[in-house]
Design a protein around this ligand. Structure first.
Ligand SMILES: Nc1ncnc2c1ncn2[C@@H]1O[C@H](COP(=O)(O)OP(=O)(O)OP(=O)(O)O)[C@@H](O)[C@H]1O
Ligand SMILES: [Mg+2]
Length: 395
C-alpha cells in the first residue's frame, strides 16, 4: 500500500529533506508551509499521514488535531517537537496524535514512525471500507504481496474457464475462502456449489455419497439416491482435504472426471455430468504420491490450475489490511464498535509468526473485539502468545 504523507513545516529546507527522504521510501509526499495550506490539502482528503511542525506562521500546529478528528477518514498525525519538550508531546498524544518525534529529526526514526502510521491507515481504510453500503463479511482479502496478486490472477482465470483447480497451502491460509471466491467470480456463480469434506465421509460410503446408489444395491440402500456429483451438475464440486480420499475412490473419481460420466452404485446406466472440480489440501501431495498414498494421475488431472497459498508469515505486509477487515467483521457480528488498534498492538500482530495463519489471526481478533471495552484494541486484548513475542520491545 502506498500512503500519502503531508509534510507541514515553514522551514523550506527541512521540508525538502523530509519530503525527499520519504519520497525515496515509496511514499507520495505533499507539502504545506502554513496551517492554511495544510487545511486546503486536508479538505481534498488526499493526506493519509501528516508530519506536523508545532510553530507555524499562522498558528499552533497541534490545533489541527481537533480538525483532523472530524474528517471522515482521520489521517494519522506525527508531531515534530523541540528536543526535551515532553509536556507538549504528552499533550499532543492525548489529543489523538499518532506519535511525536524530536527535532532535530533522525530520519530513520521518522521513517519508522511513518511506517507504523501507514499500517494504521491501511487497517482503518479496510475497516471503513463499504461501511455505509452492503456489508459482505465473507470477502476474500487479497492484500498486496506479489504472491497474492498471482494467486488471484490464477483464481480468476480458473473461474472464467471453469477448469479443475488444486489449492494447496498450510492450514488456515484460506483455501476454503479461495474456493468460494472462485465460485462467486466465475462462470458458474449461482449454480450448485457442493462442498465435500473428504475426511468427514466414511471410506466405505464414499462411492455412494459421490455417485449415488440404486435402491437395494447394498444393505441400507432402501431408496435410490442421487450422488453429490449429480447434484453438482452444471456447477462446482469442492473436494476439501482431498488427501483423505481413499485410493480406490481416487481411481473412480479420475475415471468420472476423464469420461465426464459415472454409474450409481448398483446401477448400470451411465450418467453424464458437467462439473468443475476444485480440490484443496494442506498436505504435500507430491510426497504422498512418492509413498503411493495419492494417485499421480488424479493429481495431474486436478491441477490444471495449481494455486499455492502462502503462509501468513510470508505476507506480513497484508496484516494491517486483514486486521481492519476482521475488526469490521467482528464489530458487525458482535455488535461492537471498535475503531481500530493501537500502534503497539499492531506491531505485536506484525511481529508474531502466526503458525495457524489467517485462521489464528481471525480468532485473535474475534477475541480482542469481544474483550475490548475501549475505543481501540490494545496489547491486553491480544492472546498471550502474541504479546509474549512482542515482549522485547519497550514503550
Ligand atoms: N484471504 C482471506 N480473507 C479473509 N479471511 C480469510 C482469508 N483467508 C483465510 N481467512 C479466514 O481464515 C479462516 C480459515 O480459512 P480457511 O478455512 O479457508 O483455511 P484453510 O486453508 O481451508 O485451512 P485448513 O487447511 O486448516 O482447512 C476463515 O474462516 C477465514 O475467516
Ligand atoms: Mg480448509
Amino acid at each position: 500500500m502506498t500512503a500519502t504523507v503531508l509534510v507541514v513545516d515553514d522551514e523550506e529546507t527541512a521540508r525538502l529533506v523530509v519530503s525527499e527522504y520519504l519520497g525515496s521510501k515509496g511514499y507520495e509526499v505533499l507539502n504545506a508551509g502554513t496551517l492554511a495550506e495544510a487545511r486546503k490539502i486536508l479538505n481534498t482528503g488526499r493526506a493519509d499521514i501528516i508530519v506536523l511542525d508545532v510553530r507555524l506562521p499562522d498558528g499552533y500546529g497541534p490545533h489541527l488535531l481537533t480538525e483532523t478528528a472530524q474528517l471522515p477518514i482521520r489521517p494519522e498525525v506525527i508531531i515534530m517537537t523541540a528536543h526535551g519538550d515532553v509536556s507538549m508531546a504528552v499533550e499532543a498524544m492525548k489529543s489523538g496524535a499518532h506519535d511525536f518525534i524530536e527535532k532535530p529529526l533522525d530520519l530513520l526514526n521518522l521513517e519508522e514512525s511513518v511506517r507504523r502510521a501507514a499500517n494504521t491507515v491501511s487497517m482503518r481504510r479496510e475497516l471503513n471500507h463499504l461501511r455505509a453500503s452492503k456489508l459482505n463479511l465473507d470477502t476474500f482479502i487479497i492484500g498486496s504481496t506479489p504472491e497474492m496478486l498471482k494467486v488471484v490472477e490464477l483464481a480468476k482465470r480458473a473461474a472464467d474457464a471453469a477448469v479443475s483447480v488444486l489449492i494447496t497451502g498450510p492450514s488456515g491460509t484460506g483455501k476454503e475462502v479461495l474456493a468460494s471466491y472462485i465460485y462467486t467470480h466465475g462462470a458458474r456463480a449461482g449454480k450448485a456449489f457442493i462442498d465435500i469434506s473428504c475426511p468427514a465421509i466414511q471410506p466405505t460410503m464414499f462411492e455412494s455419497e459421490l455417485f449415488g446408489h440404486e435402491a437395494g444395491s447394498f444393505t441400507g440402500a432402501v431408496k435410490k439416491k442421487n450422488g453429490l456429483m449429480e447434484v453438482a451438475d452444471g456447477g462446482i464440486l469442492f473436494l476439501d482435504e482431498i488427501a483423505s480420499m481413499p485410493l480406490d475412490m481416487q481411481a473412480k473419481l479420475l475415471r468420472a472426471l476423464e469420461e465426464r460420466n459415472f454409474r450409481r452404485v448398483g446401477g448400470t446406466s451411465l450418467i453424464n455430468v458437467d462439473v468443475q472440480v476444485i480440490a484443496a489440501s494442506n498436505r504435500n501431495l507430491k510426497e504422498m504420491i512418492s509413498r503411493s498414498e495419492f494417485r499421480e494421475d488424479l493429481y495431474y488431472r486436478l491441477k490444471v490450475v495449481d494455486i499455492d497459498l502462502p503462509a501468513l508469515e510470508k505476507r506480513k505486509q497484508d496484516i494491517p489490511e486483514l486486521v481492519g477487515y476482521f475488526i469490521r467483521k467482528f464489530n458487525a457480528r458482535l455488535g461492537s464498535n471498535i475503531e481500530g488498534i493501537t500502534p503497539r498492538a499492531m506491531d505485536a500482530l506484525i511481529q508474531y509468526d502466526w503458525p495457524g495463519n489467517i485462521r489464528e489471526l481471525s480468532n485473535a481478533l474475534e477475541r480482542a473485539v469481544l474483550f475490548c471495552d475501549d475505543r481501540d484494541i490494545d496489547l491486553n486484548h491480544l492472546p498471550m502468545d502474541v504479546v509474549a513475542h512482542h515482549g522485547r520491545n519497550t514503550y
